[in-house]
Design a protein around this ligand. Structure first.
Ligand SMILES: Cc1cc2nc3c(=O)[nH]c(=O)nc-3n(C[C@H](O)[C@H](O)[C@H](O)COP(=O)(O)O)c2cc1C
Ligand SMILES: Nc1ncnc2c1ncn2[C@@H]1O[C@H](COP(=O)(O)OP(=O)(O)OP(=O)(O)O)[C@@H](O)[C@H]1O
Length: 308
């Protein structure tokens, strides 16, 4: 799989493209159905399976104050799409000139000229071009006139509701990482850098890696079972998000206690997968009571992680 950060680098060759366009934030089960159809079309036309995505999300340019933090960073999005069998991801550096193209302009300049599409697939809620004026019906007309095969899929539903990145963002925001995991192709993941905390963790027998510089959505305050990847190795972990009320510390932090691990990882990049929510953050009467709860949390985390 190849990731292109500019359309100028994308090779226009004899091999045409089966194309899908969208944000693909998080890469969820609805996206999987889109990619399955993309691969079918690519095989049928002997074409490359190409995803055109926007980096950053158009809302970040058009209405930054309303833009939610994303679920994924671009390299992870591309990796998840590669796991589904995509040949190329174009991460278009979103700018106002792209966003001001009419849907006809976008079709002519991008879909036809730059990507050389012979087939396309989109979901039923797909909109493109200035003011989101391009609908699936309008795309169907343009594709018909230009001999491009188009599939518009039925919606992928879970529990009677449409699966979407926005819905998964709400789940993560509410701390429901279990349900988010079911809708995503992989558990919800954040990344950051390990920084120094107040060094209390080690004193109470539970050292934690404090994670900073997180560039995606942070789950709701709470305690979670998950996995931490450091230096390309994955470890079981118990994760705390929120303040430390037991110590009168109101500052919200993301802290990761890596199980059965005793190495210095300050300053190193870390990635954290959220498997299951264990409980809310509580104020304990004493550090001893917090310690006893932490032992229970770790036992619970081990039980869950054994089966995931
Ligand atoms: C799995 C886990 C759960 C935690 N739960 C709580 C909690 O409910 N209440 C609380 O005050 N602190 C909780 N803590 C945070 C500890 O208070 C914190 O790790 C300790 O203060 C160390 O902070 P430091 O890294 O800044 O030194 C939890 C930590 C972990 C790893
Ligand atoms: N549940 C779904 N069923 C069918 N198609 C979908 C589904 N979700 C997304 N798609 C399609 O996948 C492509 C990429 O979707 P995109 O990531 O932009 O939207 P989304 O997941 O609905 O996110 P958002 O909530 O941010 O609008 C589009 O063609 C879209 O219509």
């Amino acid at each position: 799989m190849k990731l292109y950060h500019s359309l100028d680098d994308f090779p226009i060759s004899d091999r045409r493209s089966a194309l899908t366009i969208g944000n693909f934030d998080g890469v969820h089960r609805g996206h999987c159905v889109v990619i399955d159809e993309l691969k079918r079309l690519a095989t049928k036309h002997d074409a490359m399976a190409v995803v055109f995505t926007f980096e950053p999300h158009p809302v970040r340019i058009l209405k930054p104050e309303a833009a939610p933090p994303p679920l994924t960073w671009i390299d992870r999005k591309a990796k998840l799409l590669a796991e589904l069998g995509v040949d190329a991801v174009i991460a278009y550096p979103t700018d106002l000139s792209l966003l001001s193209l009419t849907y006809q302009g976008f079709f002519d300049q991008i879909i036809k000229q730059k990507v050389n599409a012979c087939a396309m697939v989109e979901g039923p809620n797909f909109h493109f071009g200035k003011g989101r004026a391009g609908t699936p019906e309008k795309l169907a007309g343009l594709c018909r006139d230009n001999d491009i095969e188009l599939t518009i899929l039925d919606p992928s539903i879970d529990g009677g509701e449409y699966i979407s990145s926005s819905r998964i963002r709400n789940l993560v925001r509410d701390g429901n990482v279990d349900k988010a995991r079911e809708m995503l192709t992989r558990p919800y993941r954040i990344r950051g850098m390990v920084t120094h905390g107040a060094a209390r963790g080690r004193q109470i027998g539970f050292p934690t890696a404090n994670v900073d510089a997180i560039d995606t959505l942070i789950p709701a305050n709470g305690v979670y079972a998950g996995r931490a990847t450091v230096d390309r190795k994955s470890h079981w972990a118990a994760i705390h998000i929120g303040p430390n009320p037991t110590f009168g510390d109101r500052m919200s932090k993301v802290e990761v206690h890596i199980l059965d691990f005793d190495q210095s990882i300050y300053g190193m990049p870390i990635e954290v997968d959220f498997i299951s929510r264990l409980r809310d953050i509580c104020e304990f009467d004493s550090p001893e009571k917090l310690k006893s709860q932490l032992n229970n949390d770790i036992a619970d985390a081990r039980k869950i992680l054994r089966t995931h």
